[in-house]
Design a protein around this ligand. Structure first.
Ligand code: RB5
Length: 144
């Protein structure tokens, strides 16, 4: 059985947390599509949100992780793409509910606002939680 491919991207502010999360993902048996940034030189977060949107369109990755300083800019940029449902999460309850109720396909995290352990827990729960469907399906389908 092949393991699931997870796409990940950040700007310069999210680079270090992204690197930590890449390692966590590999340790947990996921394949990783790293879309950059590839260092801490200043870049623009919309470019990496766009790269995530392209990657999820092309496959094989169907879910992704975005990181910037707050997670705000990169989630706003990602959500301009109709097929992206990016959830900015600051705790594990949000990481669980954005999957169960919103069928989020991208989790956005803030490197300046979250500890690395909280961020890793959010990612683990995001990836382990299924969409509940039912009444939520109708609501989610109204967005696409
Ligand atoms: C970059 O300095 C910072 O503005 C960016 O990472 C993010 O926090 C924007 O929302």
């Amino acid at each position: 059985m092949t393991s699931e491919m997870i796409a990940i991207a950040s700007d310069h502010a999210g680079y270090e947390l992204k690197q930590t999360l890449v390692q966590h993902l590999r340790d947990e048996g996921f394949e990783v599509q790293d879309l950059g940034a590839h260092g801490t030189d200043s870049v623009d977060y919309p470019d990496f949100a766009d790269a995530m949107a392209d990657a999820l369109s092309a496959g094989p990755a169907q879910r992704g992780i975005l990181v910037c300083g707050t997670g705000i800019g990169i989630s706003i940029a990602a959500n301009r793409h109709r097929h992206i449902r990016a959830a900015l999460c600051g705790n594990t309850t949000e990481a669980r509910l954005c999957r169960q109720h919103n069928n989020a396909n991208v989790i956005a995290l803030g490197s300046r606002t979250l500890g690395q352990e909280v961020a890793a827990d959010c990612v683990r729960i995001f990836l382990a939680t299924a969409f509940e469907g039912g009444r939520h399906e109708r609501r989610v389908s109204k967005m696409s």
